[in-house]
Design a protein around this ligand. Sequence first.
Ligand code: SF4
Ligand code: MG
Length: 328
Amino acid sequence: SQEILSIHDLKTYFPVKDSQGKEVYVKAVDGVQLKVEKGEILGLVGESGSGKSTIAYTIMGMYKPTGGEILFQGQDIGMLSQERSLSLKKDLQIVFQDPGSSLNSYQDIQKILELPLKVHKIVGKGDMKQKVIDMLRMVELSQSYLNKSPSAMGGGERQLISIARALACDPKFIILDEPTSALDVSIQAKIINTLLKLQKERELTYLFITHDLSLMRNIATRVAIMYLGKICETAKTNDFFTNPLHPYTRMLLSSIPVISEQEEAFKPKKIQSTGEIPSPVDIPPGCSFHMRCPEKTDLCMKEDPTMIEASPGHFVRCHLYSRCKSKP
Ligand code: SF4
Ligand code: MG
């Protein structure tokens, strides 16, 4: 398999003033290493404030990275924000969490869906309406939506329109930033099924940002866990759920709701966190998880662990596994 996106040591910092008026940095993304293979669904999971959306917006060129590299199809796009080419913008799309605020409520659906077709010169004037109807069909909406306003639609329908808009110019890679978390549970399955169907039909690659591990268990190819601006574990979905390595991953898995008694038997015992989440401005030295980690040692408070490959394709950033470094 081929890499479509490859991120090296990505840092996105934001300057803020501390209580004394001194300039300090929020290290929203702090040394992230991430690879996405063509055709996969990579689940990027973390609590709110962990930096998931900042990674997404940095990939999209909405934030300039403080350092590091973002290779998309081999090209370093990190420092290209305004000056991104049309073909790059066409290949790389995003669907936001809140479909209400990402759609212009003063335009009807036809206008909204025509815009990317015009910008990317996809069709001539005559075929425009038919192409928009095809886009609606693609997300299982009828042509009766053409003249509706987003404000007259439900959240699920609006999100289907955002998905149709993202797919208008036939992209290769789509970032889904919590695409269902603002929606009613009853509509979530419909949106997920549509996304999965489109991914298969169009051989799309998804970076799926979420805090929902249960969902990732069902749909992701691989899972990456993020905590305070860093990735702490990455593995194939099956390895990830059967053999979680990082203490934080184990803590998250111990708190997902149980689906069946059989699953209960395999679920790790409920693990209590021992401390508070530090502020991203004031991350203590050593491992950024040590304040909450039930397995910390003295080393953890002094030295930040590096990412190591504990077994093929299973990466973890934790001192408990550093002996694996000496493995051939
Ligand atoms: Fe816990 Fe130490 Fe591993 Fe950090 S490095 S997760 S503090 S055991
Ligand atoms: Mg977010």
